[in-house]
Write a protein that binds this ligand. Structure first.
Ligand code: C2E
Ligand code: MG
Ligand code: MG
Ligand code: MG
Length: 294
């Protein structure tokens, strides 16, 4: 009996695995087509200055408009894109699209004060920054889109720095030379040592959402956020809080001297049409970020 049951379990397990594999193969196949079929799209989330209450730019976040399954979020396809190497061509598409978008907003909404120094933040996978010709392609994208290099902010995670090789080091140096900004994303969740922080051209640390989430609830998270902000400042960097959802969190972050914030409190990542209609239009009229949001 036990033996029969064991065997049945095996079969169920095998079938589940089989279906999972099948699903991934199908997803991979479809993802390969997503780029040529124009199914990828970027949403943009505003990033604001906590000190001045002004808009300072946006983070570009990829979505996949699947013909049957609807909108798919990066959590459900970025790891497949990384495993298959598809992240490299997808990443260049993201970079070009995001640069082009900010440049076009800078022209379309030229009346917004400071829009020429708005930044567009783009997430990079480790495979991208390891490419030998990354800088060559980046220069081409900047030339083609007309975006000022100083308006681009690249986000990498601590993991990128851990598995970085020679190309990465060279690419990071070239990024700095162009005055492109560099952020460490999800800071505090990685497993790298702190020793790289002062020898790399990093402009800001993005405090992971998990710490911001618990900011009011437990003193431990408060201390962690405080430590990250202090660390950033002592290394001449700025801090950006991600996943800000409440006014209480904002008050804590302001008290700690955190420079920037993004999160659902201000706006969710929005499609281009919504950014333009609801957001940049209002902001251009009122110059009041909070007025434009709420
Ligand atoms: P991330 O770079 O840390 O982006 C922040 C994530 O937090 C986004 O999820 C955003 O929608 C979400 N978020 C922002 N504010 C709030 C908030 O107040 N509350 C909550 N609950 N969530 C908030 P999203 O768009 O699903 O992206 C997930 C991750 O996928 C990103 O994390 C990034 O690591 C990756 N990703 C997104 N776009 C790209 C891309 O173009 N290339 C690469 N390589 N990775 C990307
Ligand atoms: Mg990011
Ligand atoms: Mg992040
Ligand atoms: Mg995160």
């Amino acid at each position: 009996r036990a033996k029969d049951k064991g065997k049945a379990c095996y079969e169920v397990f095998d079938q589940a695995m089989y279906l999972e594999t099948l699903k991934n193969i199908e997803l991979e196949h479809n993802l390969r087509l997503a780029l040529p079929q124009n199914e990828l799209t970027l949403h943009y989330q505003p990033i604001i200055s906590l000190k001045h209450g002004t808009l300072t730019g946006f983070e570009a976040l990829i979505r996949w408009q699947h013909p049957q399954q609807g909108l798919i979020f990066p959590g459900d396809f970025i790891s497949i894109a990384e495993d298959t190497g598809l992240i490299v061509p997808i990443g260049y598409w993201v970079l070009k699209e995001a640069c082009q978008q900010l440049h076009s907003w800078q022209q379309k909404f030229a009346q917004i004060p400071g829009i020429d120094s708005f930044k567009i933040s783009v997430n990079l996978a480790s495979q991208q920054i390891q490419e030998a010709n990354f800088i060559e392609k980046l220069d081409l994208i900047l030339a083609e889109t007309g975006l000022d290099a100083g308006c681009l902010r690249l986000e990498i995670t601590e993991r990128v720095l851990v598995d970085s090789g020679q190309n990465t080091q060279q690419n990071l140096a070239e990024i700095k030379r162009r005055q492109i900004k560099l952020s460490i994303d999800d800071f505090g969740t990685g497993y790298s040592s702190l020793s790289y922080l002062h020898c790399l051209p990093i402009n800001n640390l993005k405090i992971d959402r998990s710490f911001i989430n618990n900011l009011n609830i437990d003193t431990e998270s408060f201390e962690i956020v405080k430590t990250i902000v202090t660390l950033a400042h002592s290394l001449n960097m700025d801090a950006i809080a991600e996943g800000v959802e409440t006014i209480e969190q904002v008050n804590h972050l302001k008290a700690l001297g955190c420079e920037y914030a993004q999160g659902y409190l201000y706006a969710k990542p929005l499609e281009v049409k919504d950014i333009e209609l609801n957001f940049l239009n209002n902001y251009a009229k009122t110059s009041d970020f909070l007025g434009a949001c709420f």
